[in-house]
Design a protein around this ligand. Structure first.
Ligand code: DQA
Length: 151
């Protein structure tokens, strides 16, 4: 039983990548913070980053049968293009929160559409790395008190 955090392309460069847009924390720091919080709550947290759409689809598919209970995902640029990742999330039918460090709605119009949002429990954007913490707080609460009826 665990929570899976999935990071899409270029997020491995966090810390040096456009810090004015994405902040100065590295991906390793973000993952370590999440892991620590999850452990304190008695839940295992796994993280996965890839720059490859197929690898991300494969990881989402694996989550359907490896004990994953919840996904926190920042699909990064694939947010705006990937029907394949969206379909994989629909196929495994796991609850997920979509996170973006930047406020995609304040940015270029090509970032305004997400293929994921309509399937997500919720979407957090524009709050920097704190968005992941808020998504984790939601996931932990949901795992503690699963909904009685499908939502
Ligand atoms: C992002 C926003 C995307 O538009 C962009 O392609 C990213 C990161 C974010 O976290 O703000 O790579 O998902």
């Amino acid at each position: 039983m665990h929570i899976l955090v999935i990071h899409g392309p270029n997020l491995n460069l966090l810390g040096t990548r456009e810090p004015g847009v994405y902040g100065s924390q590295t991906l390793a720091q973000i993952d370590a913070d999440l892991s620590e919080k999850a452990t304190l709550a008695g839940v295992e947290l796994k993280s996965f980053q890839s720059n490859h759409e197929g690898a991300l689809v494969d990881r989402i598919q694996a989550a359907g049968s490896d004990g994953c209970q919840f996904i926190i995902i920042n699909p990064a640029a694939y947010t705006h293009t990937s029907v394949a990742m969206r379909d994989a999330l629909a196929a495994v039918a796991l609850p997920f929160v979509e996170v973006h460090l930047s406020n995609i709605h304040k940015r270029e119009s090509f970032r305004h559409h997400s293929f994921f949002s309509a399937l997500a429990d919720g979407v957090i954007c524009g709050l920097g790395a704190q968005g992941y913490q808020l998504a984790l707080a939601y996931a932990l609460e949901k795992l503690k008190n699963p909904p009685k009826r499908p939502t």
